[in-house]
Design a protein around this ligand. Structure first.
Ligand SMILES: Nc1ncnc2c1ncn2[C@@H]1O[C@H](COP(=O)(O)OP(=O)(O)O)[C@@H](O)[C@H]1O
Ligand SMILES: [Mg+2]
Length: 256
């Protein structure tokens, strides 16, 4: 049986006491999986993964990382525990070079390990090697997301959590980001992902859950979810049997 990396049970979380935004959501992520959280705007997707990442107060429920409970562990300690979170925005230091971004992120590695890990990141993201002396803020949107993800991977997390990595990118870079996620999963990284771009996310995901008003409204295998007419019509903005609507962004090509 594959190891369960993340197990979230009946999570209730929000910004003010008595005002829950996440209202009893549950989720598991097994080793090597890509799990996608979908749902309409304002459903609480970002709040849900930020609560998991220690950035939004949890009122009740539990979060387990492997067999350690991390429900009350603050965000800055979670990196050390193996959970890396990539926020939707402000996820790089724009004025620092690409390489300095990686060095800061890998601050807790010893020098030898740091050098080796930076090399591994350049192996995974060859574009970044060429740009290593460039200020990260001067890269394309897609490359900036690579820097953000490489930063998160520096410390070899057990779980990589990302909030809408394709948001605001042009279609070409959207495709690049999804290819990148498929590649890093192949490299053995377990991924939890929030996405608006349902079609592309379900194409690379193993399982998905749809969050509505802070609760699980639907969940299942990613391919089955895309084919479920109720889910499609209600939550993914797609009329059943009509194929992707014009509002869908293009899907990345199938992985070899
Ligand atoms: N920092 C915050 N303080 C108070 N309320 C917030 C904050 N961030 C989000 N919310 C509220 O939480 C609800 C869910 O937001 P969010 O988790 O961002 O949804 P999603 O990511 O699914 O679009 C919204 O009603 C939003 O107004
Ligand atoms: Mg959001």
């Amino acid at each position: 049986m594959t190891r369960t990396v993340l197990s979230v049970t009946d999570l209730v979380a929000g910004y003010e006491p008595g005002v829950p935004i996440v209202r009893g959501a549950s989720l598991t992520v097994r080793e090597g999986e890509i799990v996608v959280v979908l749902g309409p705007n304002g459903a609480g997707k970002s709040s849900f993964i930020k609560a998991i990442a220690g950035l939004v107060p949890i009122f009740s429920g539990t979060v387990m990382l492997d067999d350690e409970e991390i429900t009350k562990v603050p965000a800055h300690q979670l990196v050390r525990r193996g959970l890396a979170f990539v926020p939707q925005t402000e996820n790089i230091f724009p004025l620092m070079s690409v390489e300095d971004n990686l060095k800061v992120a890998g601050g807790m590695l010893d020098r030898r390990d740091m050098t080796g890990r930076i090399e591994e990141m350049y192996g995974l993201f060859p574009d970044l090697r060429d740009k290593r002396r460039i200020a990260a803020g001067n890269l394309s949107g897609g490359q900036r997301q690579m820097v953000a993800v490489a930063r998160a991977l520096m410390v070899r997390p057990k779980l990589l959590v990302l909030d809408e990595p394709s948001a605001g990118l042009s279609p070409k870079f959207v495709s690049m980001v999804f290819h990148m996620l498929a590649d890093i999963r192949k490299a053995g990284v377990t991924i939890l992902l929030v996405e608006q771009n349902a079609k592309a996310a379900l194409a690379i995901g193993d399982r998905a859950c749809v969050l509505v008003e802070g609760r699980n409204a639907h969940e299942g295998r990613a391919d089955a979810l895309w084919d479920d007419p109720v889910v499609a019509e209600l939550y993914l903005g797609r009329r059943h049997a009509a194929g992707p609507s014009a509002s869908d962004k293009p899907m990345p090509e199938a992985q070899p």
